[in-house]
Design a protein around this ligand. Structure first.
Ligand SMILES: Nc1ncnc2c1ncn2[C@@H]1O[C@H](COP(=O)(O)OP(=O)(O)OP(=O)(O)O)[C@@H](O)[C@H]1O
Ligand SMILES: [Mg+2]
Length: 322
């Protein structure tokens, strides 16, 4: 089985710096510039072992760039970043040995079969050929891909390719699994399968670090969410605390025509609201306070629901969910 604590060598690495023993990742004023563009702008964060952390933010917010610095393929321009207590600029090889990575784009080898993709990758971690075959079977079973073991990559659906990349990320029994948009573009069934697997991995003690555009995914998986916008961290905390801190508990969603949208906002100035095109969102602690608005727009499509991370995202980034 894949054991969360099998990477004992990494435990001894981490214990070399007692202060960071429970901090799997720690960033201080972490910055990445590409020429004149500041993709990541002096952000701070600290991740404890065994929990799930999520970065959310609009396209171009700097999420992938941050992930790439954590998995040591992009070098920070300024600030410090430690993974397993080790500096990413000084000991990238040691860090990479303890990481599993699911990059934003599937980077499978199209010339190899499903199983060969795992076997060849296992070599990078020094896994012996005879051990790699057993590991390959175990991981294909875990990701429900056994029947595709001999299939060429071209014969896999998008969801199968994503599951294979996840299987590949588990080959070296990572302590930290980094997933850049693990379920983007996948059908709900595959998405749920991946969520179940990620929760199972977390149960085994693996620390998860992911990015997502699905607020439902962030809410379901993450103990803590960091909201990024234009390279900066705009807020962070548990999904529940972010919601309580940023928006009243009840939401009235109203879909009206564009002219009416402006009018409705002006007509109820006392109530907190957000507008996204023809969609209006009114916020209140008490849903009864929506009655007046509802009766003013009897024909409008409407929904009353509890506030969610989507409302927080909209408020803090001024963007609609992709
Ligand atoms: N190698 C690079 N060279 C130059 N600019 C880059 C490079 N990589 C990223 N950028 C820029 O850095 C900014 C942040 O990009 P990044 O990919 O980190 O965003 P993201 O939050 O992951 O977005 P998305 O949600 O679209 O994946 C963008 O403006 C992007 O164009
Ligand atoms: Mg990205």
């Amino acid at each position: 089985m894949i054991s969360a604590r099998s990477a004992r060598t990494h435990d001894s690495i981490a214990s070399s710096d007692k202060r960071h023993i429970d901090m799997i990742v720690e960033a201080r004023s972490l910055t990445k510039r590409y020429g004149d563009l500041t993709a990541v702008d002096a952000i701070d964060f600290g991740f404890e072992a065994g929990r799930c952390y999520g970065f959310v933010g609009p396209n171009g917010a700097g999420k992938t760039t941050t992930m790439k610095m954590v998995y040591c393929i992009a070098r920070p321009t300024a600030g410090t970043l430690k993974v397993f207590g080790l500096d990413v600029c000084e000991q990238p090889r040691e860090i990479k040995a303890g990481l599993g990575v699911v990059p934003q784009e599937n980077n499978l080898d199209p010339d190899l079969s499903t199983c060969q993709n795992l076997i060849v990758y296992a070599r990078y971690f020094g896994i012996r050929h005879e051990d790699a075959a057993g590991k390959c079977d175990e991981l294909l079973g875990f990701m429900h891909l056994m029947e595709k073991a001999r299939a060429p990559i071209a014969a896999l659906s998008g969801g199968m390719k994503r599951r294979l990349v996840l299987a590949r990320a588990l080959l070296n029994d990572p302590r930290l699994l980094i997933l850049d948009e693990p379920t983007t573009g996948l059908d709900p069934q595959v998405r749920h399968l991946i969520w179940d697997k990620l929760l199972e991995l977390k149960e085994r003690g693996i620390t998860l670090l992911l990015t997502t555009h699905y607020m439902e995914e962030a809410q379901k998986l993450c103990d803590e969410v960091l909201i990024m916008n234009e390279g900066r961290k705009v807020d962070g905390g548990s999904p529940g605390s972010l919601i309580r801190k940023n928006v009243p508990a009840q939401v009235l969603e109203l879909r009206v025509d564009l002219a009416a949208a402006g009018e409705a906002v002006a007509r109820f100035p006392g109530m907190e609201h957000q507008r996204s095109g023809q969609n209006l969102y009114f916020y209140s602690r008490d849903a009864a306070e929506f009655d007046e608005i509802i009766s003013a727009y009897p024909g409008a499509e409407r929904l009353i629901r509890p506030a969610s991370l989507e409302d927080v995202f909209l408020k803090l980034t001024g963007m609609e969910i992709r």
